[in-house]
Design a protein around this ligand. Structure first.
Ligand code: FE2
Ligand code: FE2
Length: 173
C-alpha cells in the first residue's frame, strides 16, 4: 500500500477513537501490548533525538529536522492513543528512552551536521527493521496495522531525506 509521506500529521476524527481488543485471546492482547510499548517508547526517543538536533540557524537541515520531529510526535501520539484504546498504559520505562533520545540528539548536534544525518540514518534503519518485525509477528487489528504501516513508511522517508542531504552537502546549513 502506498502512503503519502508528505502528510506528516494525518487527520484524525473523534469517531476513529475506538475501544479495541474485546474478545481477543490473552496471548494476542499481550503481543499487541508489547508491540505498542516498543513502538511508543521508540517514537518518544525519535522525537527527542530530532528535537535536540535542531539548532537556531535558519537552514534546510533545521527545517527538515523540525518536520521530522513533528512527524515523530504524531507517531508517539498514534501509539499512545492505540495503547489506551486497547486498555493498556504506556511503559513505565519510557523516561529512559526519552533520556537516550536526549543523549543521541545532543551528542550528534555537538559533532556537526554530518553526524546529525548519520545518526538519523542509523536510528531510522533500526526503526524500520523493528517495524517490519512487529508487522510480521503481531496479529494487529486492521486500523492499528494501517497506522503501523504508515508510520513505517514515514521512517523510510526520513532515511531518504538524510541520505539525500549526506550526498548533497551544499544543501546542509
Ligand atoms: Fe517515528
Ligand atoms: Fe522517523
Amino acid at each position: 500500500m502506498a502512503h503519502d509521506i508528505t502528510i506528516i500529521r494525518p487527520e484524525m476524527r473523534a469517531e476513529q477513537v475506538k475501544l479495541r481488543g474485546e474478545g481477543w485471546t490473552p496471548g494476542r492482547r499481550a503481543a499487541v501490548k508489547k508491540g505498542l510499548h516498543t513502538l511508543h517508547t521508540l517514537e518518544i526517543m525519535a522525537t527527542n533525538i530530532y528535537k535536540c538536533q535542531i539548532t537556531s540557524k535558519s537552514c534546510a537541515l533545521n527545517r527538515q529536522l523540525t518536520a521530522a520531529m513533528c512527524n515523530e510526535m504524531t507517531h508517539a501520539q498514534d501509539f499512545q492513543t492505540k495503547l489506551y484504546e486497547h486498555g493498556f498504559k504506556p511503559s513505565k520505562l519510557r523516561w529512559s528512552y526519552w533520556m537516550v533520545g536526549y543523549v543521541f540528539g545532543l551528542g550528534s548536534r555537538m559533532l556537526g551536521s554530518r553526524r546529525i544525518l548519520k545518526t538519523g540514518v542509523w536510528v531510522e534503519t533500526k526503526a524500520v527493521h523493528h517495524y517490519a518485525q512487529l508487522l510480521a509477528d503481531i496479529e494487529w487489528d486492521e486500523d492499528t496495522r494501517a497506522i503501523v504501516e504508515k508510520d513505517q513508511a514515514d521512517e523510510y522517508g526520513h532515511i531518504e531525506h538524510w541520505k539525500h542531504l549526506l550526498e548533497h552537502p551544499e544543501e546542509i546549513c
